[in-house]
Structures are given as structure tokens and as C-alpha cells.
Design a protein around this ligand. Structure first.
Ligand SMILES: Nc1ncnc2c1ncn2[C@@H]1O[C@H](COP(=O)(O)OP(=O)(O)OP(=O)(O)O)[C@@H](O)[C@H]1O
Ligand SMILES: [Mg+2]
Length: 502
């Protein structure tokens, strides 16, 4: 029996003052559907002979390394690189930072890289040149010094000036002269050297000069063909070089010589030269060296006259963080002239680096290297020799091109020059593949042998923004977006002309 209510409820009392309490919500109605199926435990109904298991016993076992396991878990990113060197951007597969440290990678046994050469390919405007600028800027802090071996667009000038260095300008009408036959530091103190040391230095100097002369001669054409350069020509030029420098006379100090002096010595051969090179007469000598003489004449009297045919007039401060040779003034003379200039600068640079102190870490940038490679097989071989020394010299050689086919010059398509350019690609253990057209990506795929996944990345993802590239560090692949610091971005800006047009 319920008790009678004594008094009024709170709601009634509040209503006297004009307040209404909200009504209590109606009791919720269950919306659950009636159960259609009876639940069964995960192990199946508990009855004899029933139930479920993932595999029949015994379970088969497989053993594999983490390398092989990648085929079962294909989305796992490549092992990360050590966080040393230049922090360049983001490794998009792992989401971590991407660091580039070519010399460090060579020294690290866990990274499958045996030489520190970098070859970067990509279509124009993809950020190929911005990468080394960001790299150099970061590596200055680790004591690296940079040498820009031919800045064909003068685009490294702001970077040089940011370090307080004024780049050298080479071009028609400018005062700077570079002698590709310079002795460099190897000529220092010749008089006080031991016989062994003289032999060692000569073994460095003469092949370097001969390599350059070979590539210069072979860059000239007879019709569609390159001027041939035979072992006899090599012997003649080597003898001339030894005579002009005074090496064959056992002189105490080596004399610096120039390309016009070599040309002159070939035009007016001495008796010693005729005898040493086993010619019967002056006439025979002149007849058989006509091609070489005429090819060298092109360099002394042609478009490049007055730039690489005299004694060097600039003095380079090798302790400066960066040195650069601006060559944009040569652009009007054509690709071949620029290529020849690059070959001369490259030889001159090698001479200057030959006796650098151990522990002196250098980065050599060869932007637009394809112009040099187009000079033909001999030029490619000369560059190839430089790359082979990079391990010994502790240098990072960073080369930039558009596509592998560029290295095959006119009349050379499919020939040995192209084959050596592929070899050159093989010599660089680190390859940076920026955005490309499908056709060029096919060519790269045939040369490097990467997977269709990489092909898709460089023809798609990498083309969508500058600074995107697939980095091949030995066999490992990294999908990298370079992130430029605002200061580096300002230094690496190369769209001034386009901006003006917009
Ligand atoms: N990672 C990046 N982030 C933002 N902008 C970038 C990046 N990399 C390059 N750029 C910009 O893109 C433009 C083109 O870059 P860059 O000159 O390096 O291209 P390139 O591939 O060397 O071109 P080319 O083949 O004409 O020499 C520059 O103005 C540069 O500032
Ligand atoms: Mg560039």
C-alpha cells in the first residue's frame, strides 16, 4: 500500500514562480533486432569432429633473411641510411629525414656503396642543380671544399659570393686565362725532388696532358667522323710535351708549356723529334701529323682562342671553401666550344688537386657534364679517369646531365662513346633520378635495371614538383623530396628569366 503524498512536488512549487522543469525523457525503446543467428565460439561449436583452425598441423615453416622477406611484405621501405652528412630532405617511404654523405657511405660497410661518385639525371628545371647547392652548403660545416668545374650558366655565383668568394669568369674578351697544360702544384720544388718523386709526378702529369690533348684532337671532325687519334699520335705528342717541358733533357725545373707551343713544335719539328718518333724525314712527319696539327690549330685560332691557349693568369686560393669558373659567356659559341672549355677546366682542376693534402675533403661539381661527354669517346675516357681517382683522392664527384643519350655526340649514336657513357653511369654508385619523360625513363631502366615501380615514380611523382627524385644508393632506393632552406632556396633560384617573362 503506497503512502499518501504529503505536500506538493518540486515541479509544482517551481511552477508557482513561472519555471517549468524539463520533463523526464521517455524510457528508451530497444532498437536491437531479434537475434537471427546463434553465436558460435571462435574455435567453432564445441562438439566432437567440429571446430576450425588456420592451418593443419604441422604448420610449415620458412626461414629467410629480411632481404628475401621483402617479397612477402613489399611495402617495407629500404633500410635507413645513417644520419650523417648533409640533411637534404625527406625520405618519403619511411617519413624520416634523408641525409647524403657519399664519402661516409663508402666508409660504412653497412651501406652497399664503393665509390662516392654521384650522377644526377633529370629533365630541365627538376632541381638537379639545387641538390648539390644544398649539399655543398651543408657540407661546408664538415670542412669540405667545393670546386665548380665549369659553371656554364653562372648559377653558382650567388653561392660563391655567400661564402665571400668571387668566382672566376672565363670568356671571349675577358682577361682570365687558364692553361690546361699547367703544372699545378706538381711543378713546385722540382729541383729538390728525388728521382723517385720526379718519376711519380711525371707519371701523373704526362698522362693528364695527353688525355686532354687526345680529347681535344678527337673532338674535331672530318666530315661526319671524329678525327682519329692513333698510338703514333700519342707518342708524338708525349715526346713534344717532354721536350717542351725540359723533362727529356733531365732539366731541374719543368717548364710550363701551352697548346700553341705544342702546335708550333709540331709545325716546326726538330731533328730530335723526328728521330725519337722514328720518322724518315720532316716531310713524312708533317704529312702524317697533319690531322693532329690541324685539329690543334682549331683550338689556337678558333672560337676559343685567347682563353685556354696561354699561361694561367688567375691565382686560385685553394683554402677557400668554394671556387668556381663561370663559363656562361661561352654559350654563344655553341655546345662544342663549351664542351672543349669544360675539358680544359677539368684537366686544369685535376692538376690543381693532384697534391692536395690528405684529409682535404673536396666536392667537384660538373654541372651539364653531357656537353663535355659529347666531345666523343676520348673526352669520356678522360672523365672516366678522373672518376676512378675519386676513391683514392677522397673526393665526391657530382655530375649532372639530362639523359644518358646526351653523351653520344653527333655521328656517334650507338657507338663506343655511348657504351662508355653507360660505363660511366656504372662508375657512379650513387644515382639521382629526377623526373623524366617515359622514353628517357625506358633508356635509364635499360642501363640501370631498376623496377617498374621506380619507372612509375620518375615519370609520375618526381615530375610533379622540383626536388623530387629517386636516389639509388648502390642497389638501395630512396624516394626523396629535397627540402631547401629559405637561404639555400634563394641561392639556388634559377627561374629569374622566366619570372621576368611572367
Ligand atoms: N627542392 C626544391 N624545393 C623548391 N624549389 C626547388 C627545389 N629544387 C629546385 N627548386 C627550384 O626549381 C628551379 C629549378 O631548379 P634547378 O635550376 O636546380 O633545376 P635543374 O634541373 O638544374 O634545371 P636545368 O636542367 O635547367 O639546369 C629553381 O628556381 C629552384 O629554386
Ligand atoms: Mg641545372
Amino acid at each position: 500500500m503506497s503512502r499518501p503524498r504529503s505536500g506538493r512536488s518540486t515541479a509544482e512549487l517551481l511552477a508557482d514562480f513561472g519555471h517549468e522543469l524539463p520533463a523526464a525523457p521517455a524510457a528508451s525503446i530497444s532498437t536491437r533486432d531479434p537475434r537471427l543467428f546463434a553465436t558460435v565460439p571462435a574455435g567453432g561449436p564445441r562438439r566432437p569432429g567440429r571446430g576450425w583452425s588456420a592451418a593443419s598441423v604441422p604448420v610449415s615453416q620458412w626461414r629467410m633473411t629480411s632481404d628475401q622477406a621483402a617479397c612477402l611484405w613489399p611495402m617495407i621501405a629500404t633500410p635507413a641510411l645513417p644520419p650523417t652528412g648533409a640533411q637534404l630532405g625527406i625520405d618519403e617511404l619511411s617519413g624520416g629525414c634523408f641525409y647524403a654523405d657519399p664519402l661516409g657511405w663508402v666508409l660504412d660497410e653497412a651501406v652497399p656503396v664503393t665509390n662516392p661518385n654521384v650522377m644526377s639525371y633529370g629533365k630541365p628545371g627538376g632541381g638537379k642543380s639545387a641538390d648539390p647547392k644544398a649539399f655543398i652548403t651543408a657540407m661546408f660545416d664538415f670542412g669540405y671544399k667545393a670546386l665548380i668545374l665549369g659553371d656554364v650558366k653562372d648559377e653558382y655565383e650567388p653561392l660563391c659570393r655567400s661564402q665571400g668568394v668571387e668566382p672566376f669568369r672565363v670568356g671571349p674578351g675577358l682577361p682570365a686565362r687558364l692553361n690546361p697544360l699547367d703544372l699545378g702544384p706538381l711543378g713546385d720544388g722540382w729541383a729538390s725532388l728525388s728521382r723517385e718523386e720526379i718519376g711519380r709526378r711525371a707519371a701523373l702529369l704526362f698522362p693528364r696532358w695527353l688525355g686532354l690533348l687526345r680529347s681535344l684532337v678527337a673532338s674535331q671532325h672530318v666530315g661526319d667522323q671524329r678525327v682519329p687519334f692513333s698510338p703514333t699520335d700519342a707518342r708524338v705528342l708525349e715526346t713534344v710535351l717532354k721536350q717542351l717541358t725540359g723533362y727529356s733533357n733531365g732539366q731541374h725545373t719543368l717548364q710550363v708549356t701551352t697548346i700553341p707551343a705544342v702546335w708550333d713544335a709540331l709545325n716546326n719539328p726538330t731533328n730530335d723529334l723526328i728521330v725519337e718518333c722514328r720518322y724518315e724525314s720532316v716531310r713524312q712527319f708533317l704529312d702524317e701529323t697533319r690531322l693532329v696539327r690541324d685539329a690543334l690549330a682549331q683550338l689556337c685560332t678558333g672560337a676559343l682562342a685567347g682563353m685556354f691557349d696561354d699561361y694561367t693568369t688567375i691565382s686560385v686560393d685553394w683554402t677557400a671553401p668554394i671556387q668556381s669558373l663561370s663559363l656562361s659567356r661561352l654559350e654563344a659559341l655553341g655546345d662544342e666550344a663549351t664542351g672543349i672549355a669544360l675539358a680544359c677546366v677539368s684537366s686544369w682542376g685535376r692538376g690543381m688537386r693532384e697534391v692536395k693534402e690528405s684529409g682535404d675533403l673536396r666536392i667537384n661539381i660538373r654541372d651539364e657534364v653531357w656537353k663535355q661527354m659529347r666531345l666523343g669517346l676520348a673526352a669520356v675516357q678522360n672523365l672516366d679517369a678522373d672518376l676512378r681517382l675519386s676513391r683514392r683522392d677522397g673526393e665526391v664527384n657530382w655530375m649532372i646531365g639530362h639523359k644518358p643519350g646526351d653523351s653520344a655526340g653527333a655521328g656517334n649514336t650507338g657507338t663506343a662513346a655511348r657504351a662508355i657513357a653507360s660505363e660511366l653511369l656504372a662508375l657512379a654508385d650513387i644515382k639521382i633520378l629526377h623526373g623524366q619523360e617515359a622514353r628517357v625513363a625506358d633508356e635509364l631502366q635499360a642501363l640501370i635495371g631498376f623496377s617498374p615501380l621506380v619507372h612509375d615514380l620518375i615519370t609520375g611523382w618526381a615530375t610533379q614538383r622540383p626536388g623530387r627524385a629517386v636516389w639509388c644508393v648502390g642497389p638501395r632506393l630512396y624516394k626523396v623530396q629535397t627540402v631547401l632552406h629559405p637561404i639555400v632556396k634563394a641561392l639556388a633560384f634559377t627561374n629569374q628569366a622566366l619570372e621576368g617573362a611572367a
